[in-house]
Design a protein around this ligand. Structure first.
Ligand SMILES: [Zn+2]
Length: 356
């Protein structure tokens, strides 16, 4: 028992050393745009279930614009420092939150000199989500500290191994203190209802409200000069194995007409979209992915409407067969595999309750 505990701990120590060599992962999108995420280990410390939380940083001649601030001040600090180093610029002009959930706003307080920009509904989301999330995280960290102390109790002499455990404990305590003492939810100070354009220096940033779905405050953020669209956690893109397949939202209001209206207007007025960046995706998408998603939303809405008009059951729409020909048109974008079929059936079930 004692020995297996030792092996597990040695493994964790090596894992720790390896991942600590690199605190963030940076992905260059254009000369002025990067995605940046703390290394996996940092996220696991806080118990967030996602492997990846991407922030997007944009360089302008007036300073940096950062889109989404991670799930905690500690992670936001990592990202902030790496961005300063990467662009050799320590001014942050705007911080944009793609919505109010804590993985996107948890580090807002680190940027106390910058304006925080978000949809007007995001304040309620920040409040609700962080009240719950903060409590869970502190409890999680305390359990980790307790566990590491119990490991220390099994070791007699002080050596490199105990040093590394003590380092871990220090780090956990650092996060705990960060959350308990310094954690200040910072709310947006520049909000909007439907559209907002920001013009920091040489860049143009367009923000568009998507409608209720993933949350109540989801926006898309388009960086004109870099032909880059940031979608936050819209439709959970990139979060599933079948990354391109949109997933609608359980137990939330799903404003599918509004999604279609916003995306259609955006696509009709924007041909130049080279990169689509999602919060939880491993790779950038392209304009075609957004076109597919918009057409998929329309197809779902129309199929549900038609079935209701004709008095058919929800199950007839959930059946993947009628959608085979639709998906075959987009076979270069998305695979209509078993996972996608399951997601599709669930999407239909969620939308069914919102269409008369
Ligand atoms: Zn979210």
């Amino acid at each position: 028992m004692k020995r297996s505990l030792l092996y597990i701990t040695i493994f964790l120590v090596f894992f720790h050393i390896n991942t600590n060599a690199k605190n963030t992962n940076i992905n260059k999108i254009t000369n002025d745009v990067i995605t940046i995420t703390p290394s996996k280990k940092q996220l696991q410390l806080l118990g967030w279930p996602n492997d990846i939380i991407n922030s997007v940083a944009l360089r302008t001649i007036e300073g940096i614009v950062l889109i989404d601030t991670q799930n905690s001040p500690a992670n936001a600090r990592l990202v902030k420092n790496a961005v300063i180093e990467y662009f050799n610029d320590s001014t942050f002009t705007y911080i944009i939150n793609t919505h109010g959930h804590s993985a996107h706003t948890g580090g807002n307080c680190i940027f106390d000199q910058s304006r925080i920009v978000a949809h007007v509904n995001s304040a309620d989301e920040i409040k609700n989500y962080d009240d719950i999330f903060l409590g869970q995280t502190v409890e999680f960290l305390r359990k980790r500290i307790q566990y590491q102390n119990s490991v220390l109790d099994t070791v007699r002499a002080e050596n490199a191994f105990t040093d590394s455990i003590n380092e871990d404990i220090d780090r956990y305590k650092f996060f705990e203190a960060d959350l308990i003492n310094n954690y200040r939810v910072r709310y947006p100070d520049l909000t909007f209802q439907q559209n907002l354009e920001l013009k920091p220096g040489n860049k143009t940033i367009e923000l568009n409200y998507m409608g209720k779905g993933h949350g109540n405050a989801d926006i898309i953020v388009y960086i004109k000069e870099d032909k880059t669209l940031c979608t936050g956690n819209l439709f959970h893109l990139g979060a599933y194995k079948n990354e391109e397949m949109p997933s609608f939202y359980l137990n939330r209001v799903n404003e599918i007409d509004k999604w279609i209206e916003t995306l259609s207007t955006f696509l009709n007025t924007h041909n130049d979209i080279d990169y689509v960046l999602t919060t939880h995706g491993k790779k950038p998408f392209t304009r075609e992915n957004i076109v597919f998603i918009n057409e998929y939303c329309k197809a779902v809405r129309d199929a549900v409407k038609k079935a209701k008009t004709e008095g058919k059951t929800m199950e007839t729409v959930q059946d993947s067969e009628p959608f085979e020909s639709f998906f075959s048109q987009y076979s270069n974008i998305v695979r209509f595999n078993n996972e996608a079929k399951e997601m599709h059936a669930r999407n239909i079930r969620l939308i069914w309750q919102y269409i008369e």
